[in-house]
Design a protein around this ligand. Structure first.
Ligand SMILES: *Cc1c(COP(=O)(O)O)cnc(C)c1O
Length: 440
């Protein structure tokens, strides 16, 4: 990699200066052509993940009583936020045509973040694989039997490990503890204290690093690989995590149907998802693309202080480049997005389908948090608020406006925008009060 050569690229130069950028993905291809090509994850694999979560619903319902009303299905509401939409238009002097919604994965049961999709799924799949192989379980059993003592005892002989900036650790830790696994969470320096405390209170071993997320993952992987009874949840490479996230798409489709919202050529869907290593937003975007095809436009949002996915995709170097390479430190108030190097798997999957990426300054996150609180009486964590940069910038920035003209045209007036709230429910009250008063 020749840094000097890379810096000649306008986008790379701007992100290395930690400026806010709007990047449209030049590698995105016409979706119908894409379907003819070899797709990396099949609809059958996604369906299989969906079925697995249905099999586990009776277990989830029993292990996590907060899910009983939804019969053990871990899902979040889709809420109109039209007052916020108006506030954003006024404050940022921009028109947001169509309707703005909030997908509240911030309030998902079990883990209070989008990680309740991928993380929970991967731990349950591992438990199922072990129990089936041991002849203790069959696919048509009522999985609530997994809460029985003999299963807890069986699973306690196995270990699960993960490296995390916080929320993935919470999701893996809470689920593994409920199943009965011994679990070790390797936390990076960005991880909030309350997240470590909560895990320890559930009997999870938390190992803290003074280093970044990449180091926590590396150490976790090493530790786990040395132990044949240990399973490593690999945020950078796991196809199972990815599959857990893809299931969000069919669930969202159902919610749109219930609200009688039709998505077609005349009524496009535009989603904005905060991105860290890429697994969560990538899985969700991939699933949505399979369903809504050319009528959906997926954008990610990253902090200017840790723009790893935009760097990996814009340079084509994927996981082979980190924000450190261009002099960005990767330290941001958006702790859930404090990742220096993108997932190679996800950034490659995103090449043909992602519409673009916006970056945002940390100071905006707190402003968006206050606007959401005031206009909608909803609270989510700062990382999550990155999503709002999308609808604000979409028509404000020349590059994204051009994208809209070319791909959506006048139908933008009928657009449904979804800001994907990725975390927040479990943030302690004192921390949230502090966030609301933070001005950078
Ligand atoms: C993890 C996380 C994300 C991004 O997910 P990645 O898989 O790391 O890209 C976004 N927001 C919050 C709050 C998160 O915890």
């Amino acid at each position: 990699m020749n840094l000097q050569e890379l810096m000649k690229d306008e986008v790379v130069k701007n992100i290395s200066n930690m400026e806010e950028v709007t990047w449209i993905n030049p590698k995105k291809i016409d979706y119908l052509k894409y379907e003819e090509a070899r797709i990396p994850v099949s609809d059958d694999q996604i369906k299989d993940a969906e079925k697995r979560l249905e099999r586990f619903a009776s277990f989830i319902k029993k292990a996590f009583p907060e899910t009983s009303e939804a019969n053990g299905i871990i899902e979040s509401p889709l809420e109109p936020i039209f007052s916020m939409q108006k506030e954003l238009e006024e404050k940022y002097e921009v028109k947001i045509p169509g309707k703005l919604y909030l997908k509240m994965d911030s309030h998902l049961p079990v883990a209070g973040s989008i990680k309740a999709r991928g993380g929970v799924y991967e731990v349950l799949k591992h438990a199922e694989d072990l129990a089936i192989e041991a002849g203790m379980l069959s696919y048509d059993d009522d999985y609530s039997i997994l809460t029985e003592e003999k299963f807890k005892k069986f699973f306690s002989g196995y270990k699960v490990q993960v490296g995390s900036t916080g929320n993935l650790g919470l999701s893996i830790g809470i689920t593994s503890a409920a199943v009965g696994f011994e679990v070790i969470v390797h936390m990076s320096a960005d991880a909030k204290k309350w997240k470590k405390d909560m895990l320890r209170s559930k009997g999870v071993t938390v190992i803290e690093y003074e280093d970044d997320y990449g180091k926590a993952v590396e150490e976790g992987r090493k530790n786990s690989d040395a132990d044949p009874l240990s399973y490593f949840v690999d945020d950078e490479k796991s196809i199972n995590l990815f599959l857990g996230y893809t299931v969000a798409a069919s669930r969202l489709k159902k919610q749109l149907d219930e609200k009688r919202i039709v998505i077609d050529e005349k009524n496009p869907l535009i989603v904005y998802i905060p991105c860290g290593v890429g697994g969560a937003p990538g899985g969700v975007a991939y699933g949505l693309k399979r369903i809504f095809k050319e009528n959906i436009h997926c954008f990610f949002v990253e902090p200017t202080l840790s723009p790893c996915m935009i760097l990996g995709m814009a340079t084509g170097l994927h996981e082979k480049i980190s924000v450190y390479d261009i002099g960005v430190k990767g330290i941001t108030h958006a702790d859930g997005l404090a990742v220096a190097r993108p997932s190679g798997l996800v950034s490659e999957y995103m090449d043909p389908i992602l519409s673009g990426i916006f970056t945002t300054k940390d100071s905006n996150l707190y402003d968006y948090l206050r606007i959401l609180d005031k206009s909608e009486n909803k609270r989510i964590e700062p990382s999550s608020c990155a999503a709002f940069k999308g609808p604000i910038n979409l028509l404000k920035e020349k590059t994204s406006r051009k994208y809209i003209e070319e791909h959506i045209g006048a139908n933008i007036e009928n657009a449904h925008h979804i800001a994907w709230a990725t975390g927040g429910r479990m943030v302690p009250k004192e921390d949230m009060e502090r966030f609301l008063k933070t001005y950078l």
